[in-house]
Design a protein around this ligand. Structure first.
Ligand SMILES: Cc1cc2nc3c(=O)[nH]c(=O)nc-3n(C[C@H](O)[C@H](O)[C@H](O)COP(=O)(O)OP(=O)(O)OC[C@H]3O[C@@H](n4cnc5c(N)ncnc54)[C@H](O)[C@@H]3O)c2cc1C
Length: 416
């Protein structure tokens, strides 16, 4: 077997971004090779909440996905969000697709451990003879060549390619070395999560719960229900605050569990399953250059996580879809230079730019406990605010609203 091959498109990393790009390419009849360092099934440190955006994108690959997830023993439907303010004020907001509106209504979001969600995508990739998935294979180096890039793998293979879709996550070597994307503490979060069983006190409808607590702002502590009586419990905090206040996330998580009266009560008799795992979250609070000669950056490698909600899977699969579309155009016109691939940046920020900006604004406001008390108090009876907060998880398009100054006035003063 020759150790030197040529592939038109190589995808680095088989997470939601990389695998959705491969599936959208296959839908257009375009073959690709994915290089993934782990073997499946594999876990990924995450909160495991899958928002409406994830399904709006993936429905275009599998029209039955919502039905499939509703039947899956590994997923539970999520019908809303509960926000808890530093002073204990709670606002439980059902999604627009309300629980039990009529029989057979499907939820717009789900919670499913990443080991299962990523495996679902992996199996979809295996079903396509256009997708070559090389697992347990790490890319170790990339070099620019006359036609594009040469990729060196841990097996000593050399793969020449015209186009790289880089989707290897928050610690992407390629994004750092070729895309010049470097970790900036004020646009990055540190986070930690653990699986627990026997947690009590969940809302009907499996609401995800975001606790905005002093010491975790701007960020939050979460409890997300999972199937089989388990829960994903964790917290995330912006990295500049972690450094400034010398925060030990593990210690902070245990302190909250032990000292917060309501959380302590809910976790009495609970038991951790496995260990606490930490990982970084690259926030989309800054517009970056996410393509260049012969490459596009996807998902976390492009820092597309919502700065306020911490939601990254929806934007990762969306970037996979857009990258596949631009890749098809690049292949058919034989144009792989940065000026052509810049249409990827434009399409991504046209769709996601406004909501990422709003996410940054809300994140900045959430620094102040009194403001979070005010905002969550407001969310209890302000329809506009309720809709805005849940729409960010449901994938309701708010772009037109964001541009209308009256929208912000209504947010503050409307009680209807
Ligand atoms: C604690 C935590 C909680 C979160 N909670 C949520 C949540 O509830 N909901 C949500 O939507 N988002 C959440 N996120 C964000 C979400 O996890 C990411 O946005 C999402 O995983 C991004 O997908 P991706 O495909 O870009 O990258 P990843 O999922 O990170 O996938 C990257 C892939 O690349 C592979 N790889 C890396 N390096 C190499 C290499 N050198 N060679 C080959 N392969 C390589 C990795 O093994 C991996 O399979 C959370 C993140 C964290 C850390």
């Amino acid at each position: 077997m020759s150790l030197r091959t040529h592939k038109d498109i190589v995808i680095l990393g088989a997470g939601p971004a990389g695998m959705s790009a491969a599936l959208f390419l296959a839908q257009q009849g375009i073959p690709c090779t994915i290089i993934e360092r782990k073997t499946f099934p594999r876990s990924k440190t995450c909160g495991d909440a899958l928002s409406g955006k994830v399904f709006d994108v993936l429905k275009q690959i599998d029209t039955n996905i919502l039905q499939e997830f509703s039947r899956s023993a590994n997923a539970i439907g999520c019908w809303g969000i509960k926000f808890i303010a530093p002073n204990g004020t709670e606002a439980s907001i059902p999604f627009q697709q309300a629980f039990n509106t009529h029989p057979g209504t499907l939820p717009s979001g789900f919670i499913m451990k990443r080991v299962h969600f990523d495996h679902y995508l992996y199996e979809k990739c295996l079903q396509s003879n256009l997708i070559t998935l090389k697992t347990e294979t790490e890319y170790t180096e990339v070099q620019r060549t006359g036609i594009g890039y040469q990729i060196l793998t841990s097996y000593g293979e050399m793969i020449d390619t015209k186009l790289i879709l880089c989707a290897d996550g928050a610690q992407s070597k390629f994004a750092r070395e070729q895309g010049q994307i470097h970790m900036e503490a004020e646009h990055f979060s540190g986070s930690i999560r653990g699986y627990f069983k026997n947690v009590s006190g969940f809302e009907k409808g499996n609401f995800i719960e975001l606790y905005f607590l002093k010491g975790v702002l701007p960020g939050y502590f979460w409890i997300f229900p999972l199937p089989n009586g388990e829960a994903n419990i964790g917290l995330g905090l912006r990295s500049d605050y972690i450094s400034k206040d010398k925060v030990n996330l593990k210690k902070l998580l245990y302190e909250i569990i032990e000292s917060h009266p309501e959380i302590r009560q809910r976790l009495q008799g609970a038991e951790m399953v496995g260990t606490l795992e930490g990982f970084g979250i690259p926030l989309g609070s800054k517009v970056r250059k996410i393509s260049g000669d012969h490459f596009m950056l996807l998902g976390d490698a492009a820092s597309l996580v919502d700065p306020f909600t911490g939601e990254g899977i929806g934007n990762a699969v969306f970037s996979g879809k857009i990258a596949a579309k631009i890749a098809q155009e690049a292949l058919s016109q034989f144009k792989f230079e940065a000026s052509f691939l810049n249409s990827y940046d434009q399409a991504i920020y046209k769709q996601l730019g406004d909501e990422l900006k709003l996410g940054r604004k809300l994140q900045n406001l959430s620094v102040y406990p009194w403001l979070m008390n005010f905002m969550i108090g407001k969310a209890r009876n302000n329809t506009e605010f309720k809709r805005t907060l849940t729409a960010m998880f449901e994938n309701v398009d708010l772009r037109a609203k964001f541009r209308d100054p009256r929208f912000y006035l209504k947010l503050l003063f409307n009680k209807a």
